[in-house]
Design a protein around this ligand. Structure first.
Ligand code: ADP
Ligand code: ZN
Ligand code: ZN
Length: 731
């Protein structure tokens, strides 16, 4: 406890500081939030300890106020600094993740709010649908125009138009307050665990009751009921008076999931993701800070809520790449959750049907304990997975207006689709590429349509009738002729929309839906699809990886993977693992109800180890082999990597800075520094990019070396340096 007049160190949520000294004007404690000024600007910071006397006493400014909401524990502060050491984000940058709800310290705003008038009718457009979805993400709470624009990603004019036509009306209803988010949870007894689930839940109960650090991998096949098992642990921790965080990938936060939660615990969860109104964000942040909200289901950013008395973190789909944050600081939310559990002393549950190699390695080392669920709930069987060898089964040709098109679906797959439709069951086709064709190329000189701002080829999107850059989103008109030589251009490769075309010709009576991040701009849109699937309004759903995530469609019995080879020959060391996980998850969508499922993989490489392992259902064998090859190559988790990505808008500046860095590069024991080389994508949004890659043994502790190295040369103002510890992305 500090007293009025004491000098304390305050950490400010800003990238370039390590904390400043201030004089207290009231009693306060380490971990309290305080309002201070830095260069005439007000900030909310946090007291991290006593002042270090670096500043002349006459220069020390007083604290404006000690905020009466929220408090970080000593362990939380340790966690901030440890996370900073690991990721090389500054402590201030980490604190900024916690204090990213600036409204939380302000009185409620008095903006005009609007609600949806459900009695009015309006012609639906994509933009208007996005507005309705934004409301739905917030349980149809009244919203300000700002909120609508930010969440729906539409222009002001769209919202004004909807107000004018009476679809959105002024709301007199008050904003929700934080008491609206305080629920009581109890066991409804609606779910009875089976023996295998019970045994798993009992192990977790022991860990939760012990209330000390441990990590448990809940390793269960798709459909085994992992959710119900970790729900059990969640309720135990809650009943012990602890707070509980359940992290999920954004796309898995479905109504289906919320219903299951409510069914089990009697009330809905408090949900945290990026599409909440500012009022909701404030209320939830404050509720958590006060310790009133003790259970939150959210995306990776929920890890940074001001948790009080946190006693359990569950990371569902722990292998999911969306836990890795790659803008504004690089961190892996799963690993930072484990770090938090370790420092504060509470258990962590990681759940997956396809755990990451990193996690499996920790199991092998005995650091994480594994709990297995080996059978699908309710006697559902795992689907049969087979290949279609495309070297012998050529794709069937189809015709549009008498013009022959080379197809992408083999006769065998089409036959099986036909059979499935005849049995009134549903089909899912998986192709992990958006748009119609990934490449538009000159037939004569070989020119390829590339994004003018990124070094990437542009994709033809038929629905938009435009070329789209999948890196920066830029669109240009489809070139009619080659701009270099004037010859005709042709499209190469197949995306989602091309498969849709082929299906519509071959199965004209089937009701199809396509699903990708182009069409499913929100979770709500995805939910409509889930409903239509459940109600049998769709026969064939064609989609990208969005479809691979935890959905449960009881009537879906056939999954076809159009191009199982995509991703097999990727350039980074995780391609095998990621392709395996993705195909395995997609396969897991089939036959989850009472009807057995079948999965067909179209491939030119039926002998490839990834494909063979998937067909054999032999996850452990495959992961074992993949792990050995990583061990041999000293890739993570058997070695450490730190990527340094340098970006500049001028090539000369970039080159000079990289040369300067190279000149002062340190000598590493048991490691090396590679680069600088041009990044795989050399140009993004007109910024040029070079990369260094630092590698070392698993215990090399590269971070301080990298930090000291980068500190040797001042970064020019027009250069951006991004540090990525154990990168997932090598672009
Ligand atoms: P996983 O996450 O392991 O793939 P889920 O948790 O989605 O599996 O469970 C698959 C299906 O089985 C879901 O519909 C779920 O509600 C149901 N289920 C699992 N366990 C039980 C149980 N003990 N009682 C009733 N339904 C269950
Ligand atoms: Zn040409
Ligand atoms: Zn681009």
């Amino acid at each position: 406890m500090f007293k009025d007049g004491d000098i304390v160190k305050v950490l400010i949520p800003n990238v370039i500081n390590t904390g400043y000294d201030y004089r207290l004007t009231a009693n306060a404690d380490t971990g309290d939030f305080v309002r201070v000024t830095v260069m005439n600007r007000q900030y909310i910071g946090v007291i991290v300890g006593s002042g270090d006397g670096n500043l002349d006493i006459s220069k020390i400014k007083p604290i404006i106020e000690v905020c009466n909401i929220g408090h970080l524990s000593r362990a939380d502060i340790d966690w901030i600094y440890k996370m900073s050491q690991w990721t090389l984000m500054t402590p201030g940058a980490v604190l900024r993740l916690i204090l990213n709800v600036p409204d939380a310290f302000l009185p409620p705003k008095t903006e005009q709010l609007y609600r949806v008038n459900f009695d009015s009718k309006i012609k639906m457009t994509d933009a208007r649908q996005a507005v309705f979805d934004a409301f739905q993400s917030n349980d149809n709470d009244a919203m300000s125009i700002n909120d609508i624009v930010n969440i729906a990603h539409v222009g002001n004019a769209v919202v004004r138009g909807m107000i004018k036509s009476g679809v959105l009306v002024e709301s007199v209803v008050r904003e929700k307050t934080n008491t609206d988010f305080i629920y009581k949870y109890f066991d409804t007894k609606n779910v009875v665990l089976n023996d295998e689930q019970r045994a798993a839940a009992d192990i977790l109960k022991t860990a939760v009751d012990k209330n000390e650090f441990s990590v448990h991998l809940l390793d269960g096949i798709t459909g085994s009921g992992k959710t119900q098992v970790y729900f059990d642990a969640l309720l135990n921790a809650y009943n012990n008076g602890k707070s509980v965080l359940l992290m999920m990938p954004e796309i898995a936060l479905t109504a289906q999931f919320m219903d299951r939660f409510k069914q089990r615990f009697g009330n809905p969860p408090v949900v945290w993701h990026s599409n909440l109104t500012s009022a909701r964000r404030r209320n939830i942040w404050q509720g958590v800070a006060r310790g009133d909200i003790r259970v939150v289901v959210g995306t990776r950013s929920a890890l940074f809520l001001p948790w009080q008395n946190l006693g359990l973190i569950i990371v569902d789909e722990e292998h999911d790449p969306s836990y890795k944050q790659e803008d504004m600081g690089n961190y892996h939310a799963r690993d930072m959750a484990v770090l938090r559990g370790k420092i504060s002393g509470f258990p962590i549950i990681l759940a997956s049907a396809t755990p990451s190699i990193e996690t499996l390695h920790n199991v092998a080392l005995g650091k994480y304990k594994r709990i297995r669920l080996t059978s699908r709930f309710g006697g559902a069987t795992l689907p049969k997975i087979e290949t279609i060898d495309m070297r012998t089964s050529r794709p069937e040709i189809y015709k549009i207006n008498d013009e022959e098109k080379s197809g992408n679906l083999s006769a065998e797959l089409c036959e099986e689709i036909r059979n499935t439709l005849d049995e009134h069951k549903q089909v899912m086709l998986f192709i992990n590429r958006r748009g119609f064709a990934p490449i538009v190329q000159c037939k004569k000189c070989g020119w390829v349509c590339e994004c003018p701002e990124c070094s990437m080829s542009m994709n033809y999107h038929k629905h938009l009738n435009k070329m789209v850059c999948h890196m920066c989103g830029k669109t240009v008109a489809m070139p009619k002729k080659c701009p270099k030589c004037g010859s005709d251009v042709s499209m190469r490769g197949a995306g989602l929309e091309k498969i849709e075309e082929e299906i519509s010709v071959k199965f004209p009576n089937a009701k199809t839906a396509i699903v990708s991040s182009d069409t499913m701009i929100s979770r709500e849109a995805l939910e409509r699809l889930v409903h239509e699937m459940e109600n049998g309004e769709i026969d064939i759903v064609i989609g990208t990886q969005i479809l691979a995530k935890g959905h449960h469609f009881p009537n879906l019995t056939l999954v076809g993977v159009v191009d199982a080879d995509m991703g097999l020959f990727g350039t980074d060391f995780r391609s095998g693992e990621h392709t395996f996980q993705q195909l395995f998850q997609v396969a897991g969508r089939a036959g989850r109800g009472e009807f057995p499922g079948r999965v067909l993989l179209q491939t030119y490489n039926p002998e490839h180890p990834v494909i063979r392992a998937i067909c054999a259902g032999d996850r452990d064998e495959f992961m074992g082999v993949d792990m050995e090859s990583r061990r041999a190559a000293k890739m993570p988790p058997f070695g450490q990597l730190v990527a340094i990505i340098v970006e500049a808008s001028k090539e000369t500046t970039l080159k000079k800075y990289c040369d300067d860095l190279k000149r002062v590069a340190p000598q590493l024991n048991g490691g090396k520094i590679m680069g600088p080389i041009a990044a795989q994508i050399y140009q993004i949004r007109n910024w040029y990019r070079m990369r260094f890659l630092v590698s070392g043994d698993a215990n090399a502790n590269l971070q301080p070396i990298v930090r000291d190295w980068l500190n040797k040369i001042k970064t020019p103002t027009n250069v951006r340096v991004k540090i990525d510890v154990n990168p997932m992305n090598f672009m």
